[in-house]
Design a protein around this ligand. Structure first.
Ligand SMILES: [Zn+2]
Length: 155
């Protein structure tokens, strides 16, 4: 089972390398990431969260529809909404994050086929959260420096 990497691990801060060729290795990693996501009761997981510096993410907001994303990129955003989010890599911290309410993304599926997807509300939020991870960004990076200091102070 893949282990979840926690803040302040440096892998979480790196912008991930794009996948240039989709092969068996990527399929295998995505499959293991799905297992780790379910085992940890997450609704999404990005490769840096399991220590892998590649642009791969999986999402399942609870409807048992797993979405596997390779090199995801947001091509359209509409509306805004603030909601509290948690993250498996930043345990016990919840942060209000403003995100687009509706998005359109483009990505490669696990067979390397270019795919587009429209998502809204929780699904859009989960996808944007994972794309943040691929860019080395965590929920705590949405806080201003003072808030961040107090929220991360050892209790
Ligand atoms: Zn996260």
């Amino acid at each position: 089972m893949l282990e979840i990497v926690k803040h302040p691990d440096r892998t979480l801060k790196k912008r991930c390398a794009a996948i240039t060729m989709v092969g068996e290795e990527e399929k295998e990693i995505l499959c293991r990431m799905v297992k780790a996501m379910y085992a940890n009761r997450g609704i999404g997981l990005a490769a840096p969260q399991v220590g892998i510096d590649k642009s791969l993410a999986v999402v399942d907001i609870g409807d048992n529809k797993v979405i596997k994303l390779i090199n995801p990129a947001v091509v359209e955003r509409k509306g805004e909404e603030v909601m509290e989010e948690g993250c498996l890599s930043v345990p016990d911290v919840f942060v209000k994050v403003k995100r687009a309410k509706q998005i359109k993304i483009e990505f490669l599926d696990e067979n390397g086929k270019k795919t587009a997807l429209e998502a809204s509300d929780l699904l859009a939020r989960a996808i944007l959260h994972e794309i943040d991870h691929l860019n080395g960004k965590l929920i705590i990076d949405h806080l201003n420096p003072i808030e961040r200091f107090f929220r991360l102070k050892k209790k």
